[in-house]
Design a protein around this ligand. Structure first.
Ligand SMILES: Cc1cc2nc3c(=O)[nH]c(=O)nc-3n(C[C@H](O)[C@H](O)[C@H](O)COP(=O)(O)OP(=O)(O)OC[C@H]3O[C@@H](n4cnc5c(N)ncnc54)[C@H](O)[C@@H]3O)c2cc1C
Length: 307
């Protein structure tokens, strides 16, 4: 509590948080980033749709570059997990714990930017994180559907949602399947749509995935048949990371995502949000763009810098 009040605390050090740190530092605003190191970008084997990286770039390498860039501006990057954010007179009290131990600390800021992202729900298989980093489990058709051309792909999740993703995926692949435990829940119309688009519907009670010699995944289905796939896209939904907001009346949408206006302002004065935490297209370039918009709005709402 003895720390001086800072202009902005950024919760999250993924592409959104690190971009906002860069912009705010360049606006000569005192800024602290608090991050617990679980960026979705750290799961990406190769980012191929980010302009300027013609050969692609590994997600962790991109984050390391972004962190190095803000080091030039002396923005503290604190390893820790923010636990609560409370309104104070003229700002916010942000409490956080260390990632390596139970110690708890706090900082006071005039503004807070939530760049805390989301967490993907993983299928119940061993090594799901490692399989994602190898590109065998995938989470974003917009990101890597292009590279799936000619491969055997399956969408794994509730039947209706998996079918809708499979239909989108037909842009890239001829062999797309839906793996669901509730295919019975599909309407006649959905079944007809699947048939029209040659999307195979596979039903499994218990998911049994294994590596096999001729495929990355072999899936056992109810009738005992096995299906082989080169990659599987789980479409099981995601967990918003904004539980720290329980004390604040922040408007969220039906999926739990933070609602913002076009300047990335939330319903709480002084509290902003950007990136995957906001219900938008979950892409690095969008996270970066929203962070730039939020930073400018934060800068403009603060008193002018002393000359
Ligand atoms: C497998 C995979 C592949 C992808 N491929 C691509 C691609 O090719 N191209 C593309 O554009 N996008 C891709 N994406 C999406 C991209 O990763 C996200 O859109 C991007 O990382 C969002 O940035 P962000 O900063 O909003 O969130 P994140 O990168 O998730 O960062 C949020 C950060 O906040 C931290 N945090 C959360 N809560 C707290 C807290 N309470 N206290 C402290 N820190 C906290 C997290 O640990 C994390 O470090 C992919 C995603 C996945 C999962």
């Amino acid at each position: 509590m003895n720390d001086p009040i800072v202009d902005c605390i950024i919760v999250g050090g993924g592409p959104a948080g690190l971009t906002a740190a860069l912009y705010l530092a360049r606006f000569r605003r005192s800024t602290v980033v608090i991050d617990d190191g679980q960026s979705r970008a750290s799961l990406i084997p190769v980012v191929r749709n980010l302009a300027g990286f013609e050969s692609g770039i590994n997600g962790n390498a991109l984050l390391a570059k972004m962190r190095r860039q803000i080091e030039c501006y002396d923005v503290p990057l604190v390893e820790g997990r923010v636990t609560t954010i409370t309104r104070t007179d003229g700002g916010f009290l942000v409490e956080y714990g260390s990632t390596s131990g139970p110690s708890s600390r706090s900082l006071v800021a005039r503004h807070v930017l939530l760049a805390c992202g989301i967490r993907d729900k993983l299928p119940p298989i061993d090594d799901a994180i490692a399989l994602t980093q190898e590109g065998l489990l995938r989470f974003c058709a917009i990101c890597d559907g292009f590279e799936a051309q000619g491969k055997r792909i399956a969408m794994l999740g509730p039947a209706s949602r998996a079918l809708s993703h499979a239909l989108f995926f037909r842009t890239f692949c001829q062999q797309v399947a839906v793996i669901a435990s509730d295919n019975d829940a599909l309407t006649q119309q959905e079944r007809a749509l699947a048939a029209e688009n040659a999307i195979e519907l596979i039903t499994t009670e218990t998911l049994e995935l294994s590596n096999s010699s001729e495929a990355s995944f072999s899936v056992a289905c109810q009738n005992g048949r096995r299906h082989a796939f080169d990659a599987i896209y789980p479409v099981l939904g995601c967990l918003p990371q904004a539980n720290l907001l329980s004390g604040l009346d922040v408007q969220r949408d039906n999926d739990g995502m933070i609602v913002t206006d076009k300047h990335q302002r939330t319903s709480v004065d002084g509290l902003y949000a950007a990136g995957d935490a906001v219900n938008s297209l979950n892409q690095i370039c969008v996270a970066i763009g929203e962070a730039a918009v939020a930073s400018l709005a934060i800068h403009r709402s603060l008193p002018a810098n002393p000359l």
